[in-house]
Ligand binder design. Sequence first.
Ligand code: DAH
Length: 368
Amino acid sequence: MTNDAIPNLTAFDEAALDRAFASLAQQARDAAAALGTSEAIESFRLEWLGRRQGRLNEISSSWLKAAPPEAKKLLGQRFNALKKLVEDLLDQAAGGGPSDAALAAEAVDITLPGTRRLTGAEHPITRTLNEIVSVFAALGYSVGVGPEVETDYYNFESMNFPPGHPARDTQDTLVVANQERRLQRDRLLLRTHTSPVQMRTMESQPPPVRIVIPGKVHRNDAADATHSPIFHQVEGLCVDTKITFSDLKGTLDHAMKALFGSAVKTRFFPSFFPFTEPSADVQISCIFCGGKGCRKCKQSGWIELLGCGMVDPAVFAFAAGKQPAYDPKKISGFAFGMGVERIAMMKYGISEIGQFFAGDMRFLEQFV
Ligand code: DAH
């Protein structure tokens, strides 16, 4: 704070100026790094920037005045830089920012490998399910859901599986315990298919209806490469006046081409479901061999993919109990149901259905 803080400058060449200013800058930095209290900061300010006796003032009065004219510019530039440095140091200290020591303790070693955050992705079943739904949404279908714990009435009886009907045996499931006192139709079970949501939909709205219903279903099936006691289906229902089997064929042919590529062909084989009449199994030309015959299609050139048919009048009769407009003499409709796992397995070349539910990251990461 006195003249002795500012040495006499005897040489004014660039190197001498650089040395003199570098030494001052270092002193300022060292002093600033040690600043803790606001009093210390204020005395640092006075020491360097004080009007009367501040060091910068000293420099300008003693060095600048003594400098030969040709050195004044060089000296002035360095003076300004030092002043700026002191002001910045003050700003930092006054800002209450962490000290250099604190910063060093927190410093991140940017040469270490970082922590990679995993990118989430849709599960392949969710992705396939959404893809199927969006094919039908583009045709104007709405999307619905229904309960997974369902009554015997919706899952079976209203879908035209009367009590004791042998078709029930093909869809064995888990039932909720201790319901013996309830009527059979009210007993709860884990739904075996998404078809009961057809009935729930019709009961809640008059025709016309175009809806797809994705969801989880349950069966008492032994697990093997292609069977799982839990799986997913997408159900479809279309009801209006004058809906025909041609509408069903055209709709599903389009959907299969949208899902598997425009080269895919479809064919409809007679089948049986209690809730459709006539019923059909839809086969698509083998997407692996193009129909020539291979191991995947058991040399037939065709792969069976879903069930469908014209809604049975008996099903409409159940719906008409709540919505009289479902008069089988006045309206008609088609329905279909497809297994999401089966379609996903074909699309992604997966041979074990259990992979979908095992939670193995090595499997799931392939779908990121
Ligand atoms: N619910 C049948 C099943 O799970 C699939 C099905 C077949 C649904 C034909 C339908 C249909 O709507 O018309 O096996």
